[in-house]
Design a protein around this ligand. Sequence first.
Ligand code: NDP
Length: 325
Amino acid sequence: AKTIILSKKFQGYPQETNFKIVEESLPQLKDGEFLAQAEFLSVDPYIRVFMKAVGAPIIGEQVAKIIESKNSKYPLGEYVVGEFGWRTHTVASEKPGDFFNLPPRLVSFGDLPKSLALGALGMTGVTALYGLQLCEPAAGKTLVVSGAAGAVGTHVGQLAKLQGCKVVGITGSDAKGHRLVKELDFDAFVNYKSEDFEKKLAEATPQNIDCYFDNVGGDVSSAVLHRMNKFGHVVICGAISTYNDENTKAREVQTPVKVNHLVMEGFSVTRWRNKWNKAIDDNLKLIQEGRLKYFETVTEGFENTPDAFMKMLGGQNFGKAIVKV
Ligand code: NDP
């Protein structure tokens, strides 16, 4: 069995030297336990923020096949999604993982790819579904989502379109932006790397902005906040623009929040632990009805997991970034 550990504390953008593959010996299975072999690993922004302990296995969810079992709830040959970290094999039980505090869940989506348990039919899908509700989307409102071409962003934007919103996505590449418009029916996109970003944002939101689903924070979000309508809703989902920069000074956000009477609400997806499976069922239904598309950027090979993670942080994914072991 192999595991990838944090060999050096992150500083700035993660690099190859932050990771090391080590051999791990597996304990004998006890009653209640099962052995799972990784098929898909998840690389997520939170790993950059929360992974601090040098020498520890990198945290993260994975989809794994049960190859031995001493627990009838987890039968041989079934697939589970669990917080097993970046490792090839895991001896697990019903015990919840440390991060999302969820026990391993069986994956059963019919013919759909099992990797969806890491994205649209997993944590990022739950985030999108419930996080969007806090934005109070409704027909006719203008919703802006940053990190629009990512796992959460592609999902949020599509759900907001289903609710009748005008949806504008902010992303870091024109190619990804065009896909949002062409393939996901977004009304417009704005590339935050373009020099006249604020002007383009204004052009794309002539009636200003009612809902902002914020995945990135920093200057991009400050620009969006200055264009909010009164009593608009801002949902802070993440702030990826700050994750790799210890010295960032985000522009002042308090003033526009105050003068525009914004309701600004942060959340962690863990809030919805008790209705997690309901969101997965709802998202599954939307996919099965053809109303929700899912997108994945797949990297092959366990040893390429750090690379997939770094590429995701660098914006080289469309939809959910995953690794096929
Ligand atoms: P994504 O699939 O969106 O991948 C990350 C994307 O972030 C990249 O593709 C890149 O796209 C963009 N990005 C990278 N650096 C910057 C930057 N400096 N400024 C702006 N954008 C940048 O990841 P997820 O969908 O998994 O996560 C999106 C956000 O949601 C993150 O902030 C994450 O922490 C947060 N999140 C929060 C949860 C919660 O419980 N609150 C749960 C899950 C996710 P681009 O080309 O556009 O730059």
